[in-house]
Write a protein that binds this ligand. Structure first.
Ligand code: ZN
Length: 146
């Protein structure tokens, strides 16, 4: 199996069977995000304590890329500090816009490298991350990629 096929498989798997899917009842940060270009809609729930993301879930619907991205993001940032999550977002954003794999490992998030070839999909891949950022910042406005 080529690396490209492996990446594709990770995205299809998480798109079909998203992890951390559902509502988080003790969340202290909640935020909605919308990508009108594709129709992706999600809500991010975060339980944050002393700057650590203790738990994170999401609900919503959208294309496989947006759902897989939210699922893999939740896996990647759970247990991390807010600052570490921001660093991951910066690396991930660079990956999906430039297609260059970062010099530090970002684990399964690397599966999104191919998105850089499809600029219209960048918004699908980054919606959950923008929404997480707004949730942690307690931004009162809903996130929209437009
Ligand atoms: Zn989408």
């Amino acid at each position: 199996m080529s690396l490209r096929e492996l990446y594709q498989e990770i995205i299809v798997d998480h798109g079909k069977n998203p992890r951390h899917f559902g509502k988080l009842n003790d969340a202290n940060h909640t935020h909605a995000g919308h990508n009108p270009l594709c129709g992706d809609k999600l809500i991010i729930y975060v339980t944050e304590k002393n700057n650590v993301i203790e738990d994170i879930t999401f609900e919503g619907s959208g294309c496989a890329i947006s759902v897989a991205s939210a699922s893999l993001m939740a896996e990647a940032v759970k247990g991390r500090t807010v600052a570490e999550a921001q660093t991951l977002f910066d690396l991930f954003h660079h990956l999906v816009t430039e297609g260059k794999e970062p010099t530090v490992s970002i684990g399964k998030l690397t599966a999104f490298a191919g998105v850089a070839e499809f600029p219209v999909r960048v918004k699908c891949a980054t919606l959950s991350w923008h929404t997480l950022k707004a949730a942690l910042a307690n931004n009162p406005n809903p996130v929209t990629t437009e």
